[in-house]
Design a protein around this ligand. Structure first.
Ligand SMILES: NC(=O)c1ccc[n+]([C@@H]2O[C@H](COP(=O)([O-])OP(=O)(O)OC[C@H]3O[C@@H](n4cnc5c(N)ncnc54)[C@H](OP(=O)(O)O)[C@@H]3O)[C@@H](O)[C@H]2O)c1
Length: 316
């Protein structure tokens, strides 16, 4: 009945300390250490376990993802498909994403990446862009949010609170105050067409891969700005640079990539209209994330499925 933690070396001590404080009734091990008999392990907490590792433990009840997205777990060809996966949902991760997305949307709205570029060229060029000769305010700008799950809904609400017009896209209908919610594949073009700034917070699934492509960019208003905090596989990389170079898009903030770390020779690094961040939009905060691990294990022990468990039929 033990827990095996597989995490990055730089967060190992924090997780181990938090678990030691909170898990009095269950032994835990930090990979690559583990019990002599793999059959003793009933839960694995991991974000990107080495391929084949999870299949080594015959008595697992569930996997507890340390990340919101579980695509790095399900991508393992040896992953035992019957095992439930609890996604990471915790207030620190949600709050962190809100802060990152607000910062990027406000920066795009205020053209801060353009002024940073101008500074490098010693260029003093204030730009008036509004139709009435005035700089637009948030109320003049529409932000599209792809994905209205735990993170997308929180960001959409916060953006509406800042005064932006917000259009959100999900699979199923719901009401979110201040947000124009559109659903289904047929609604996507309308969301893209409305989005002066587009925030991608979709999970990676067969339906959402490659969704940010030349066709999507062509549907967005000329000079729109893209913020990709979902997954690298959502973006067709070779379509982005022409869209930026031709002025179809004004700029892009990219936090996630098909290959991470982004290779040093990748053209995104040096492109003047791209802001690269190293998959840091939001990370799980250990002190609040540990509650999720403990709560999910307790639910599985009782024979229940905790909320925010991966649904293989939906793919997220
Ligand atoms: N960059 C980072 O640091 C970072 C950090 C955390 C998470 N992420 C990414 O953010 C993603 C979202 O996390 P979350 O916790 O918000 O996920 P979530 O709660 O599962 O929400 C997913 C949302 O996407 C919608 N969706 C899924 N497939 C769709 C489709 N085909 N068409 C339209 N809408 C679709 C869902 O619609 P319904 O509501 O109708 O089901 C839901 O609103 C994660 O999967 C991960 O990839 C990135």
């Amino acid at each position: 009945m033990s827990l095996l933690l597989i995490c990055r070396a730089d967060s190992e001590a924090a997780w181990a300390n938090a678990l030691a404080e909170r898990l009095s009734d269950r032994p835990f091990h930090v990979w690559p250490d583990g019990p002599a008999d793999p059959a003793e392990v009933t839960y694995i907490a991991a974000a990107k376990p080495p391929p084949g590792e999870i299949a080594r433990y015959p008595n697992l009840k569930a996997v507890l993802s340390l990340w919101a997205g579980v695509d790095h777990i399900t991508a393992d060809p040896d992953f035992p498909g019957h095992l439930p996966i609890a996604r990471m949902v915790e207030p620190g991760l949600t709050r962190g994403m809100r802060e990152f997305v607000m910062a990027q949307v406000l920066a795009a709205h205020l053209k801060l990446p353009d002024y940073a570029r101008q500074q490098r060229e010693c260029l003093w060029r204030p730009e008036i862009r509004g139709t009435h000769g005035e700089e637009p305010l948030a109320a003049d700008v529409t932000v599209g949010v792809l994905g209205l799950g735990v993170l997308g809904t929180d960001c959409a609400r916060a953006l509406a609170g800042l005064g932006f017009n917000v259009v959100g896209w999900a699979r199923s209908p719901r009401t979110i105050e201040g947000v124009d919610v559109r659903t289904g594949a047929e609604a996507l073009d309308g969301v893209l067409a409305a989005s002066d700034i587009l925030v991608n917070l979709l999970p990676r699934t067969a339906e959402t891969e490659d969704i940010l492509d030349a066709d999507a960019f062509a549907r967005m208003p000329a000079g729109a700005y893209l913020i990709n905090v979902g997954r690298g596989e959502h973006l067709v990389e070779e379509d982005l640079i022409p869209a930026l170079d031709q002025g179809r898009l004004a700029g892009a903030t990219l936090d996630v990539f098909r290959e991470e770390p982004l290779p040093s020779k990748h053209p995104f690094w040096g492109h003047p209209k791209i802001t690269v961040t190293p998959h840091v939009a939001s990370i799980t905060r250990v002190r609040t994330g540990v509650d999720r691990l403990i709560g999910a294990m307790a639910a599985f022990d009782r024979g229940e499925t905790p909320p925010n468990t991966f649904d293989p039929a939906r793919g997220y």
